[in-house]
Write a protein that binds this ligand. Structure first.
Ligand code: 2RA
Length: 332
């Protein structure tokens, strides 16, 4: 059967990862439609051994794809996702444009795929730092009831994009180049991701606060976040302190998370085993370790969560949503 897949933002870091993941997971693409701005139109991308010419959004709609994976920034999503949807094309959007829209679903398949219906034509892919955290919080919430989360993140420059990776490499090589950040990132950390809000939090921090409640489906969960950019490739890391309703033991938490699809426990301090970005790179699982009682208050634990932000944090999660829709017969 015919399965035309559009990837909007196909030449960006996440877009090209979407192509890679679609091919790796053998998503049944019969025709790929790589889409980018007029600036990139005409370029070619390679997919499954074939070359495809990049087209503009209107041309892509005319080619009538069955599904469109977007990772082209909020502006492009706000302008074009509704036009694709009106043409009957289901959109899975990686930007933040639609995530908190009450009429749109925000989905991590392992957590809340059940909220999806055939009527959902614009589906939001959550923020990478939220995805890896809720993959761990959801099973714990079901077992012990999550009351409050304090999270500090250590986010890879790949979350910003190519320009940031280039800035880091240029600084490493003593080369002057384009800047993605207002300050040097090499041998430094930036306690700012996205813009500051009135309340002193950044947009990235508020994404973690708000998206977590929507995905898990419980507005009573209190989340406070500090998101930090670090000169690392391979993935995002998060230090998470969780307070529960019920008593819980690290050993039981390790067992529960070890049985959770999409989560891998790496937690053996005696042998210096814990999750690190370089081990999570190019993997689709979320890795959790450093599981230990918070000795300062009852029913509270500390966790360390690492994942490849371009894969499970973005491209793989989006492809998994498309796989779910395909399995339901709602696309293709
Ligand atoms: C970042 N999570 O890391 C944001 C968007 N990818 O910059």
């Amino acid at each position: 059967s015919i399965m035309k897949v559009a990837v909007v933002g196909a030449t960006g870091l996440v877009g090209s990862k979407m192509l890679q993941v679609l091919a790796e997971r053998k998503f049944p693409v019969t025709e790929l439609i790589p889409v980018a701005s007029a600036r990139s139109a005409g370029k070619e991308v390679e997919f499954a051994g074939k070359k495809y010419k990049v087209v503009t959004p209107p041309d892509a709609i005319a080619l009538r794809p069955d599904v469109a994976l977007f990772s082209a920034g909020g502006g492009t999503s706000l302008e074009w996702a509704p036009k694709f949807a009106e043409a009957g094309i289901t959109v899975v959007d990686n930007s933040s444009a639609w995530r908190m829209d009450p009429t749109k679903k925000l989905v991590v398949p392992e957590v809340n795929a059940q909220v999806l219906t055939p009527e959902d034509k614009i589906i939001a892919n959550p923020n990478c730092s939220t995805i890896q955290m809720v993959m761990v919080l959801d099973p714990l919430h079901k077992a012990y009831g999550v009351r409050r989360v304090v999270v500090s993140t250590y986010q890879s420059v790949t979350g910003t994009g190519v320009k940031a990776v280039n800035q880091l490499m240029d600084e490493r090589n003593g080369v002057e180049g384009e800047k993605a950040y207002p300050y040097p990132i090499d041998l430094n950390v930036l306690p700012q991701i996205d813009v500051f809000q009135e309340n002193g939090y950044t947009k990235e921090e508020m994404k973690m606060v708000n998206e977590t409640k929507k995905i898990i489906g419980d507005d009573s969960i209190r989340v406070t976040a500090t998101t930090v950019r670090i000169p690392v490739m391979g993935g995002h890391s998060e230090s998470v302190n969780v307070e529960f309703e019920k008593d819980c033991e690290p050993v039981a938490i390790r067992r529960l998370l070890g049985q959770t699809p999409g989560v891998t426990v790496v937690d053996d301090p005696a042998n210096l085993l814990y999750p690190m970005p370089r081990d999570a790179h190019e993997k689709d699982d979320v890795f959790v370790g450093r599981i230990r009682q918070d000795e300062t208050q009852p029913r509270t634990v500390n966790l360390w969560i690492v994942a490849d932000n371009l894969r499970k944090g973005a491209a793989t999660n989006a492809v998994q949503i498309a796989e779910y829709l395909l399995g339901k017969g709602w696309i293709g």
